[in-house]
Design a protein. Sequence first.
Length: 300
Amino acid sequence: MKTKTWHYAALVFLGGCCFGILSTFVKLAYSAGFATAEVTGGQFLLGTFVIGVLALFSKKGKLSMLVCFKLVIAGIPMGLTGIFYYLSLQTLEASLAIIFLFQFIWIGAVLEWLLEKKKPTKIKLASIGILLSGSILASGVFFMESSFFSLKGVLWASLAAGMFALFIYVSGTVGRSVPSIQKSFLLSLGGLIIVLIWMQPNFQLPMSSLIELSYYALILGVFGVALPPLLFSIGMPQIGAGLGTILSASELPVAVILSALVLRESVSWVQWLGVTIILAGIAVGNTKSRDIAMNLEKST
């Protein structure tokens, strides 16, 4: 049976799309009167619960305490990404923060280069350049009526980018032989632990709020905590962190599209141009996965 590498690339692409869904429902939860601690805590609680239930009824491997510990630790960057990004928004406009967060694309390529000695190809470098250009246009930064800028905010957003790139990398390198759903649960558990630690003592989720919040928290948990680690765990080991970060750039186009369709926010033609450029950059970067697939098929 021939290996279909593009299937794995599609899974990683969908994992990025999942993250793009989050901003719209976070805004809806905030407009309903919920605080950041409630939204973030509820997201990780329900997301980890959902993937935990799936893990109970799925294939499981016998894991040592050391492997479990490594996977839980590997999930911490996922939780830190959200924490650092939230801190950046306290002193940066969202359109500026997303640009700095988007630096995870080239950081992922650097991680793969340093840790696995895989030098970025010309195609990958071209793709990264296209994606970064598109992210500037799609963010809408040129249409901001006012802005504020701080080095502190830039630092937090840059740390968020680094943690996101690190999470993408470890999801494809740690525990490769562990069944995907079991691995995803342990990764999500690591994210949940660090979020709960950071939220204390402000994290409070009374039963009266839990029922009302559950709609938003469930969607955020499924698409922000449960699905991305699962999709990345399956696809990332097959395509590598460098291409994985490029495919994960699908996050921003989805965020822009949903903000227009669901929130009815005004999206300028320049932003739509940015979305188109990002998708083109992903297509350029994905030529690598097609080449891999062709080479594997020739060898079988």
